[in-house]
Ligand binder design. Sequence first.
Ligand code: PLP
Length: 381
Amino acid sequence: MIKKPYLLTPGPTPVPPQVLQVGGQPLIHHRSAEFSQIYMRVTEGLKYIFQTGQDVYILTSSGSGAMEAAVVNILSPGEKALVINAGKFGDRWTKICRAFGINVIEVVRPWGEDLPREELADQLASHPDARAVFTTLSETSTGTVFDLAEYGRLTREKDTLLVVDGISGVGAMPCPMDSWGIDVMIAGSQKSFMIPPGLSFIAFSPKGWESVKNARLPKFYFDARASRSSLLKKTSPWTPAISLIRQLEKALAIMQEIGLETLFTHHRIMAEATRAGISALRLELLSQRPGNILTAVKTPQGLDGNRIVKIMQDKYKTHIAGAQEPHKGKFFRIGHLGFIGGFDIMTALTALEMTLDECGFDFNRGDALGAAEAIIKEYWP
Ligand SMILES: *Cc1c(COP(=O)(O)O)cnc(C)c1O
């Protein structure tokens, strides 16, 4: 039998054929008028996705590079920052800040929980000297989304900056940078942008730029001032990832044609269908505030989550993600962001049913599919 592979991880995500094709075009030079035109179109497209009037800068790095860029461009050694850590990526903010000598006040929540607005308000009251709050739009390690609109209401009138890791969520769920009062927002290419890994994006509010002026942490490659002055000349400070940027141009054109609202609705339907399938199997979600980017599912009692992921990958070629340390085996994650359609969800659930059957889990075959199918059919335009 031909085993066709399927990628259903929360990054990297599948790349549409039209976008793949663009990646194979002959290289053009990055200091040419042709490239400058592409670069400026892409910058405009990113502003649309970020829902901001500020310029969005393109970095040649995976998402974590933009996280580091956010830290080094707004802070000085020894300054205090609040980090909301409710998973792997919140934890990464802590690690990056500490690597640069920031005085981190960690607000830790168990994996799967979010942080209610009141608790952030209390933390801000206890730490009025915190220069920034570092948080996450969609915590990809757990599927949880945070109430950033409310966080923005808390930081807006203060000197504290709101810094958002939007790497998996931006472009797939609402996160309007300007109207929510986000001061630094970042995203990454291999999640909802439907292109391969290798690019990240960052934008600063006017309040964010004020901090950039005074920030004394060391930086060179990720210096936002270099990106800003180069963009005035319609280019990037260093050799950009030319082919990826061409792919991004194509992907953004697709996203703009679909429109943000429709993209958000699409992701909501994909998530609802997945969750319906999961609850039909009487499996439990990990997250108490699940978003529409991925679905984290607790491993049923007596089974090993690593084995589920492994059978799905090795035998059925359906790649989902396991749980990261220190929760390996305790849950698994189905990604449904980017270039994913309703029948991809059915594929994931079919492979999951076949795998659970093999693991001896007791359920009625087809229940997950029936539940997901009903949702997909209901919304089919
Ligand atoms: C994927 C992801 C990252 C890490 O990005 P890399 O591209 O692997 O460096 C950070 N934060 C979130 C929320 C993510 O989903």
